[in-house]
Design a protein around this ligand. Sequence first.
Ligand code: URP
Ligand code: ZN
Ligand code: ZN
Ligand code: ZN
Length: 491
Amino acid sequence: ATYDLIILNGVVVTDTEISEADIAIRGEKIVKVASRGRLQDAKAEKTIDAMGGYVMPGGVDAHVHLQEPPLFGKGSTADNYETGSRSAVCGGTTTMVTFAPQKKSEDTLLDTLQATHEKAKDNCYIDYSFHLLVGNPSERALSEFKTLREEGISSLKIYMTYAALKLHDGQILDVLLEARKQKITTMIHAENGEVIDWMTEQLEKRKLFAPKYHASSHPPMAETEATYRAISLSEFMDTPILIVHVSTPAAATHIKQAQDRGLPIYAETCPQYLFLTKKDLDQPGFEGAKCVCSPPPRESESDCDHIWEGLANGTFTILSSDHCPFRFDDSDMGKKSSINDEFPLGHFKYIPNGCPGIETRLALTLGEDRLELKKFVEVTSANPAKLYGLWPRKGALVEGESDADINIWYPPGKMQPYELTNEMLHHDVDYSPFEGRKMKQWPRYTLLRGQVVWDKENGGLLGKKGNGQFIKRGASELAKPRMDGEWELPL
Ligand code: URP
Ligand code: ZN
Ligand code: ZN
Ligand code: ZN
């Protein structure tokens, strides 16, 4: 046969085009995207009839926490590389970029990278890479950025909060300077850690410990201030940054204004900030702990509306899951680890921060019918690939260049609307913050480098652990300094 697989009768959607087209695959690559009918008589080992459903590049999730030690509260993350990537592929995500976390007590990054490779190797259902999480930008760590690039790592994350990770402004400048030299993209968690600590003490003095006070302890102002500070440091250093998990309209406004001034400021948001509000934290008993993440779900639906708007108008470059899974019913490591004799309803400051969501990101967002289709592909697949040096191998359907990582969705209106349950999901977590939501979509088929790894109606998960490969990444297609050459101290 001429081809290994052809996909007929789909509506092919990329970040730039929607067309009635057929796709031919040979080996691991897309070799032809042809207008409807041109591949009708082509010879192929196997044919899939998309029946008018959308055919899109596989999802790229660039914000995933797996197998991390306690950093964000008491527990370690529940999913390991096997269960996290299994959950990803069952929801149509074919590439993930997870964190390789360097502890404050370590001064090298290369050991961290090695240790993370060992966790992932032979365990992944999907392709993967790592962002280095820099907890200690020691001279040695900074001198290793060059080697990181040679090892295919072109991005890192730093924090302005959390005792275990927080960097001071001077340390942030150190990181940005070296990142600029090595063409590394810096992701910044922008919340003011001192404001959070001060608010936490105020709440404790008043004996307010319930999960909902997590939101009070992380006020929007702490995010807005830190976002503006991060933008200012980036502008000073002329170094591109990406602000992760933006939740607050006021922070989004600072980002938009910086972008309008031509600064290389990029931003991410997550389904939590599109679908959840403070109400989800204010539940009877300890239930609200399920939605404890940082930044927290915000005040009202109008905040969510603004975040949706920011996706539509380009303020947000990418939509990631921030999958940071902790079990609810686990008194050693999970959300309930904050419950004890002293705090029978738990204490918000000990609840590990983070929500699972790697499997639900695509279907939840697409099913909402609130983003244009091309925009959906842009923020969930094409842009994360461009931003983090994976494009056009990932996030695209380019003949001869793109891996055959593909989602085939149900034709619009074909799926009976249903309620999301945790039993449907494949993570190692005992809840989803999105349980009970009305869903209208799910991937019908998912392909990873030409292989059908998910077939919803015939066997579900068909992929195997170990199918996923480490992908070496190059420099960002998007995030570049405005000025060429070395940064000069402005005197
Ligand atoms: O609550 C969250 N997002 N936990 C994960 C850690 C982080 O800052 O991304
Ligand atoms: Zn973060
Ligand atoms: Zn608005
Ligand atoms: Zn995160």
